[in-house]
Design a protein around this ligand. Structure first.
Ligand SMILES: NC(=O)c1ccc[n+]([C@@H]2O[C@H](COP(=O)([O-])OP(=O)(O)OC[C@H]3O[C@@H](n4cnc5c(N)ncnc54)[C@H](O)[C@@H]3O)[C@@H](O)[C@H]2O)c1
Length: 258
């Protein structure tokens, strides 16, 4: 494997925002992409879909609730070369029901995926980061900046993930590692759906009546902009929902070509 190629691990790679980011990156020959997700079949489908793409894809089936599983996935990726970018993107809603009805397992799972895994992936990737130029992007949420009443555990975990990124960013001069975070509004991906019914959660239905849902590609574009600019550190990039009567943006977007 070419050590000079750019190594990117994307957690939650099989999800809406993860796969949109892969679509933007897949055109480059000089990129190794580690697809980390617990949905091994979905990762395999993505790898098969991009079989003819110039980038090199490395499937990393992994449960982000399990430190041993994360370590194994990151070590497997590091066999291909150093890690230039960790996109700590995976996340889950805590539960479809109100906070006062959920159990400890749901709270533990939410904190584990939305906060603990962000810190663990960073810690376990650290020895493999390319010296002097690595970059961590935390996909947090607008819910980490403003209270999300329908899911206070998620909101608290995302606020924690933002502060983790900011605290690490403060050491950039010492570590050489950039840390930035994304704070998307409501993005049209499977996370918005009640897993029991496949339907939008109630609060999403109400919101979507007034606002356009964000296309996952917009979040991918924001992530690529952060990747592309080596001066950016300690940024919290908000991507807001537009009201239904607002036309879409026409700003040209970055992508990777062979
Ligand atoms: N969609 C939105 O409205 C929205 C808004 C703000 C922030 N975000 C954040 O964006 C990120 C991506 O979410 P998305 O919208 O693409 O959701 P998604 O549900 O489409 O994707 C999430 C992915 O994470 C994976 N995953 C979940 N638990 C895992 C675990 N324990 N181990 C390994 N993988 C696991 C899932 O298999 C899935 O592929 C999340 O952190 C989410 O909180 C999403």
């Amino acid at each position: 494997m070419n050590e000079e190629s750019h190594g990117i691990i994307i957690t939650g790679a099989a999800g809406g925002i993860g796969s949109a980011t892969i679509a933007r990156l897949a055109g480059a020959a000089s990129i190794r992409i580690g697809l980390l997700d617990m949905d091994a079949e979905a990762i395999d489908r993505l790898v098969a879909h991009y079989a003819d793409a110039p980038c090199h894809m490395i499937p990393l089936p992994c449960d982000l609730q399990d430190a041993i599983s994360i370590a194994a996935a990151i070590d497997r990726f590091a066999e291909s070369g150093p890690i230039d970018t960790l996109f700590a993107n995976a996340g889950i809603m805590t539960a479809p029901d109100a906070f006062e009805t959920i159990d400890a397992a749901a709270i533990d799972r939410s904190l584990a995926v939305n906060l603990r895994a962000v810190t663990l992936c960073t810690r376990l990737a650290w020895p493999h980061f390319r010296s002097g130029s690595a970059h961590v992007i935390v996909n947090a949420s607008g819910a980490g900046r403003h209270p999300l009443a329908s899911d206070p555990v998620y909101s608290a975990a995302k606020a924690g993930a933002i502060m983790f990124a900011r605290a690490c960013a403060a050491r950039r001069n010492e570590t050489g590692i950039r840390f930035n975070a994304l704070a998307p509004g409501v993005v049209d991906t499977p996370i918005l759906r009640d897993p029991r019914t496949g339907e939008w959660r109630g609060e999403v239905r109400d919101f979507a009546g007034e606002y356009q849902l964000i296309d996952p590609d917009e979040i991918a574009v924001a992530a690529l902009r952060l990747m592309d600019d080596p001066d950016l550190n300690d940024q919290l990039v908000s991507i807001a929902n537009r009201r239904r009567d607002t036309p879409p943006s026409t700003t040209p977007a970055p992508s990777r070509n062979a």
